[in-house]
Design a protein around this ligand. Structure first.
Ligand SMILES: Nc1ncnc2c1ncn2[C@@H]1O[C@H](COP(=O)(O)OP(=O)(O)OP(=O)(O)O)[C@@H](O)[C@H]1O
Length: 617
């Protein structure tokens, strides 16, 4: 059965924002603030409770002097009433506890904001499309998940709380000042309005500088990832100095941007402090004149000035809160860029039935390519120029051809890491775009060219993504992949840590681990990409038997590099420059295809791909 290609099921990013392929687009400050609000919204009840308790604590603090005054007045009269003393003690203890609880709730909200952002980001990262990840710097993505989310904690709920408390108390103070003298209030507002102008100018600059700092931190992460990912190569090439220089440059950029943010912060703090001082002087002058003219009494001026004293730190608090919000907004904007990246659709394409749990079909899968054209990205030359072949269920099919002919790309298209620009890739006669992605990948075991092994134990690596594995199955697969001797040798057997990228295993051992992992998935289609290239002759012969045996139960496609694999294959697909040039058995192709004849004599005899023929189309 074949189905019509679905209407563009490839871009499946959720939400109202268009998905992108790189996380580096510029963001406007307002969208950063909106994104920040989105992070805070789920915690609004806890934050409101924290702010409320903080306010209650402050009000109880304000009442303490009045109660203390009553206690002292009573003492003065020789009246040592226990009531006011008890009330004062209760006020002190309860005020402290309530304020502390408010603080705790805000900190809890902050931790929840950060945790939710990290969980959302990591979920998103693991669902990103392969081409998207290839275009990003892993170190930068790591910085966004760790460092940018930490900035949310630093700036968000406490800043909002300071802003809300500061605003409420400022408003209350302004009302009291207005009740005392409207003229002096107008003078105060006219002078302090300048602080508002300065904040409006400076705040976006703090946001921009923070963003630059975080970008530099991201670049540092990328540079570190580059060095640690090829640590031996860096050392063997004597490149420590030049790589350290690149890291220092990123650190210096981060420092400069951080200093710029600090400078803008200092400007706004200084300007607001100076403006408040000027305000005192102006109010004193205008107030003095009004006292002289008899418009207000001295006590009104004194009371007004006392309120002005109380207002000054609140203005500072508000200015600081705005700066902190800008820092949070800059971080939220960078996080948003990752959330906007295109993710894979785990469901099927438009016309397929609803995706349920993958049904385990025991039959070997049939694979076919129909006129597949594909380029890795629009600017790059095409890699496949109309690839067509059909492989029935079962048996071993070998792919041979010069380096760069497009053999690995065939496997990537079957796994739907990429989608063809034209033509169709069919599994069991169904376009792979119509398969639910989890069902498609559950049907396939893939041993990649460089047999990646992840940090963790050998057992973790073997059971990666395959939860329901019995010890018996594990032992059987260890035997088939010739790993028994390796596990016997390791100090903790299957539970031995294999190190970063399996660095404590040899290349051949890594290949066998990757083969065992693929077999454990009980696939219907096994893709082997130069899977035995690093094995010695004895292990290679044993693994060949395993593959031949597997080919009786599942369909095996293997990019082959040894004549021994090719001669045992049921069919061979010869690829050249992005096209299928010939299909047949070894004997047929030796007779009919000149390129195959040459490959058989050179590359396949050597057991290694001929990299001299790296003639990409
Ligand atoms: N992720 C990628 N992004 C861009 N270009 C790529 C990518 N992967 C492969 N290519 C290019 O596509 C072409 C085909 O690559 P592919 O790996 O399919 O060839 P191959 O036949 O498997 O080669 P080899 O035998 O050397 O592994 C090459 O020119 C390669 O440079």
């Amino acid at each position: 059965m074949t189905a019509a290609p679905p209407a563009a099921p490839n871009d499946t990013s959720q939400g109202a924002h268009p998905s992108r392929d790189t996380p580096t687009g510029p963001s406007r400050p307002r969208s950063g603030l909106r994104a920040l609000a989105g992070h805070l919204r789920p915690q609004r009840v806890r934050m409101a409770a924290g702010v409320l308790l903080g306010l209650v604590g402050s009000v109880m603090g304000l009442a303490q002097p009045m109660v203390a005054k009553r206690v002292m007045d009573g003492m003065g009269r020789g009246d040592l009433a226990a009531g006011p003393v008890l009330a004062l003690s209760l006020l002190v203890v309860a005020g402290g506890i309530i304020a502390g609880l408010g603080h705790y709730l805000l900190d809890r909200a902050a931790e929840s904001v950060v945790c939710a952002a990290r969980r959302r980001l990591t979920d998103r990262l693991l669902r990103l499309r392969v081409p998207v990840v290839e275009r990003t710097e892993p170190g930068d993505l790591i910085a966004r998940v760790t460092s940018d989310t930490a900035l949310l904690r630093q700036s968000a709920p406490q800043a909002v709380s300071a802003g809300v408390t500061g605003t409420l108390i400022t408003l209350a103070t302004v009302v009291m000042m207005g009740l005392l003298d409207a003229v002096l209030l107008c003078v105060t507002l006219a002078v302090t309005a300048f602080v508002g102008v300065v904040v409006a100018v400076v705040a976006p600059r703090i946001g921009r500088a923070t963003r630059h700092t975080q970008e530099a931190v991201g670049r540092m992460g990328a540079a570190l990832e580059r060095v640690l990912g090829a640590f031996r190569t860096v050392k063997a090439s004597g490149a420590e100095r030049s790589e350290a220089d690149a890291l220092h440059r990123a650190a210096e950029h981060a420092r400069r941007a951080g200093v710029r943010a600090a400078a803008w912060d200092a400007v706004s703090a200084t300007v607001s402090a100076v403006v408040v001082q000027i305000c005192f002087l102006v109010v004193l002058g205008v107030g003095g004149a009004r006292v002289t003219s008899g418009a207000i009494g001295v006590s009104t001026l004194v009371a007004f000035l006392l309120y002005l004293f109380a207002l000054a730190p609140r203005i500072g608090q508000l200015v600081e809160g705005v700066g902190q919000l800008q820092i949070g907004a800059a971080a939220a904007a960078r996080i948003r860029e990752v959330e906007d990246l295109a993710v894979e659709d785990v469901r099927a394409g438009d016309t397929a039935p609803a995706a349920g749990p993958p049904v385990r079909d025991p039959r070997p899968a049939a694979v076919a390519f129909h006129e597949v054209r594909f380029a890795y990205s629009p600017g790059l030359p095409p890699v496949h120029h109309g690839v067509s072949f059909a492989v029935p269920g079962g048996g071993l099919t070998a792919f041979v051809g010069p380096s760069g002919a497009g053999k690995t790309t065939v496997f990537s298209l079957i796994e739907r890491f990429y989608e063809p620009d034209a033509g169709r890739v069919l599994l069991d006669g169904e376009d792979v775009r119509l398969w639910p992605l989890d069902a498609l990948r559950a049907a396939i075991g893939y041993v990649e060219q460089d047999s990646p092994v992840l940090a963790g134990t050998l057992r973790d690596n073997l059971t990666l993504g395959t939860a329901d594995v019995t010890e018996e199955e594990l032992r059987e697969v260890l035997r088939l992949a010739r790993l028994e001797t390796v596990t016997d040798r390791l100090p903790h057997g299957l539970d031995t840590d294999v190190g970063h990228r399996g660095g404590r295993l040899s290349g051949g051992e890594r290949q066998r681990v990757a083969i065992a992992r693929a077999l454990l998935r009980r696939p219907r289609l096994l893709l082997l990409d130069e899977a035995t290239s690093q094995l010695d002759a004895a292990n290679e012969a044993a693994l060949r038997d395993t593959v031949t045996d597997a080919a009786r139960r599942v369909t095996v496609l293997a990019v082959a590099h040894r004549l021994s694999t090719v001669t045992t294959a049921d069919r061979i697909v010869v690829m050249e420059a992005g096209r299928v040039r010939a299909v047949g058995t070894h004997a047929e192709l030796l007779r009919t295809d000149a390129l195959y004849g040459e490959l058989a004599r050179t590359q396949l005899m050597n057991g290694r791909p001929d990299r001299r023929r790296g003639d990409a189309p």
